[in-house]
Design a protein around this ligand. Structure first.
Ligand code: APR
Length: 240
């Protein structure tokens, strides 16, 4: 708390772990999506282009149902509160679930794109995912083109604006909170390295250590994102 209380330019980097308590499964570890599916078969752009109906059926449709139902948990709400308190500037998220925005954070960089929108691979028109009729797969745009999530598949580039802004935020923050990410997927995992090199205090919130722990992060607060954020927010509110 001593590092966060005086912070005015804190940035959070979040991953799937923060959304677990909202009912969205993580990618790695027990119960993770990549335990059931090979990401290169199911989440690679080449697979999607080869067989969009299969990727929709196996991955996208399930995710749509799960994300449609998901609501922010105390982890997301805690980060929104840190913004209200004037401590947190931005959230860089690898998640595509839109829960940070729903919780109230106003500057969310969606590093891996978003699942809230689908995009036509032919005419590039975007349509809100909740409006997509997935009764026939793959769903199509009015022009006849196939719809794809506006998220980054393996084998695709990070949206340049998201990458550039994230690097900018990472190099100017005073504290970086790294919440619920295994920190193994690049280039997202290098944001804490940029922050540390630029003089920020890097704090991890995770039940498990990661490759950053003890190397890049100053310390790890072990626990679930919601529980830890509740403790942090209560302590900061008492201090004010
Ligand atoms: N609170 C916080 N962290 C948690 C919780 C919890 N309740 N439960 C688990 N975790 C941690 C795990 O210990 C792990 O370190 O969340 C992390 C989840 O890791 P991943 O599943 O690898 O998710 P993420 O880091 O977001 O993955 C990065 O990989 O496949 C790609 O594109 C996908 O954006 C994703 C990227």
């Amino acid at each position: 708390m001593n590092d966060l209380a005086p912070a005015r330019q804190a940035v959070a980097l979040t991953g799937a772990g923060i959304s677990i308590d909202s009912g969205i499964p993580p990618f790695r570890g027990k119960g993770g999506l990549w335990e059931r599916f090979d990401p290169m078969e199911i989440a690679h752009i080449d697979s999607f282009m080869r067989n969009p109906a299969m990727v929709w059926k196996v991955l996208v449709k399930d995710l749509k149902d799960i994300i449609d139902r998901a609501r922010p948990n105390d982890g997301h709400k805690g980060l929104a509160r840190l913004e209200q308190l004037g401590i947190l500037k931005s959230v860089i998220t690898q998640n595509i679930d839109g829960l940070h925005q729903m919780a109230g954070n106003t500057d969310v960089i969606e590093f891996h794109g978003t699942f809230a929108w689908q995009r036509c691979i032919q005419c590039e028109r975007r349509i809100e995912t909740s409006w997509v009729d997935a009764s026939e797969l793959p769903p199509r745009c009015t022009c006849g083109g196939i719809l794809r999530p506006d998220a980054v598949f393996f084998g695709e580039m990070i949206p340049p604006a998201a990458l550039w802004r994230s690097q900018e935020m990472a190099s100017h923050c005073d504290v970086m909170l790294v919440v619920g990410t295994s920190a193994v997927v690049q280039p997202a995992a290098s944001m804490p390295i940029i922050a540390r090199q630029s003089g920020a205090v890097v704090i991890e919130i995770n039940p498990e250590p990661t490759p950053l722990t003890g190397v890049i992060s100053s310390y790890l607060i072990r626990g679930k994102a919601g529980d830890v954020m509740n403790r942090i927010v209560s302590a900061l509110e008492i201090k004010r």
